[in-house]
Ligand binder design. Structure first.
Ligand code: RIB
Ligand code: CA
Length: 318
């Protein structure tokens, strides 16, 4: 982001999820750069009633209770909902140890709010998506005109290489491949942050202890979540927790920490074996126009430095 620029109008769509929660904290700790217009929750890691409540818990611990949270779609557009408690725990943010939210979600459905907010926007809005793309795709189907007021959509999802929920597919895309197909075909300026990047951003013990040492409620919550989430990851994937979703916010704040290239990406929506695969045309073999900026590398130390510096800004008492 350019220095001294106006705060960027931003909407975050998420399925907290420990890593979503950390991404929300990073965004809410950066008000000089990000004008967070609202948080939309979607079913994904855990059911919607938990993802929306978790988003409200996180805004409290970040000292930003004024940020509006909207509940969105409770299931994917076509597939049935397959949640991820095996990684995130029953609550979705196991290890967080947060009190009940201080106030309710907004009454308006997230999809209606997205459409209304984008239609009324004076300046184009950046969308950061951290979960399945159901809310965004539903908004685009209901109101295709909103695409012109989305300046960019930065998503955590997909992979150039292996998947994580299946050998071929990453969880966010796999959860709602039809929604992803709609979003990838909508003509948006897209930046995809897939597993190839996020698995370079692992919370090693040293990085985790540096976060724990910050000592404010938000950092303590992050450390507790990473204790749980990291242990789940080791037992499932053999290595420490990759900070998938915070990479999206870090990219918006500091794109210089990342590198990638434009390419054609299509979503597999029919094969039972590879449904949800992001088919990335790295060598332009398809002859189809590039539609996505696919990130491939992150300067991980710089990312954790940014995360720690921003978490330290959050309130010492809540
Ligand atoms: O595959 C990783 C993604 O799935 C992350 O967004 C994580 O929160 C889960 O939603
Ligand atoms: Ca997520």
């Amino acid at each position: 982001m350019k220095k001294n620029a106006k705060p960027l109008p931003l909407i975050i769509d998420c399925d907290p999820g420990q890593d979503d929660a950390i991404a929300l904290m990073l965004a809410m700790a950066s008000p000089a750069e990000l004008d967070l217009l609202g948080i939309c929750a979607v079913a994904g890691n855990v059911p919607l009633r938990l993802t929306e409540a978790n988003a409200r818990r996180v805004r409290d611990v970040a000292g930003r209770p004024e940020v509006a949270v909207f509940a969105g779609c409770p299931r994917p557009m076509v597939k049935i909902l397959e949640t991820g408690e095996y990684v995130h725990g029953k609550s979705g943010i196991d290890g967080a140890d947060l009190p009940e939210p201080s106030r309710p979600a907004e009454a308006e459905h997230a999809v209606d709010w997205l459409i209304d907010t984008l239609r009324r926007a004076d300046d184009p809005i950046t969308l950061a998506t951290l979960g399945p793309l159901t809310n965004i795709a539903m908004a685009i189907v209901m109101a295709p005109d909103i695409v012109e007021n989305i300046s960019e959509l930065v998503l955590m999802g997909g992979a150039l290489s292996l998947g994580n929920i299946t050998p071929a597919a990453e969880f966010n895309i796999y959860s709602d491949p039809h929604a992803a197909h709609i979003v990838f075909e909508a003509g948006l300026k897209l930046t995809m942050i897939g597993l190839d990047v996020t698995h370079q951003a692992r919370a090693t013990p040293a990085r985790l202890e540096a976060i724990r040492a910050i000592g404010n409620p938000a950092a303590t919550c992050v450390a507790g979540m990473l204790d749980f989430y990291g242990a789940q990851y080791v037992s499932t994937f053999g290595e420490g927790a990759p900070l998938h979703d915070p990479c999206v916010i870090a990219y918006i704040l500091r794109p210089d920490l990342f590198a990638g290239q434009e390419m054609r990406v299509d979503i597999e929506i029919s094969s039972p074996l590879t449904i949800g695969r992001t088919v990335c045309d790295v060598h332009a073999r398809s002859g189809r126009a590039a539609n996505v900026n696919v990130l491939e590398n992150i300067y991980a130390d710089g990312f954790f430095e940014l995360l720690g510096e921003r978490l330290a800004r959050l309130p010492k008492n809540i």
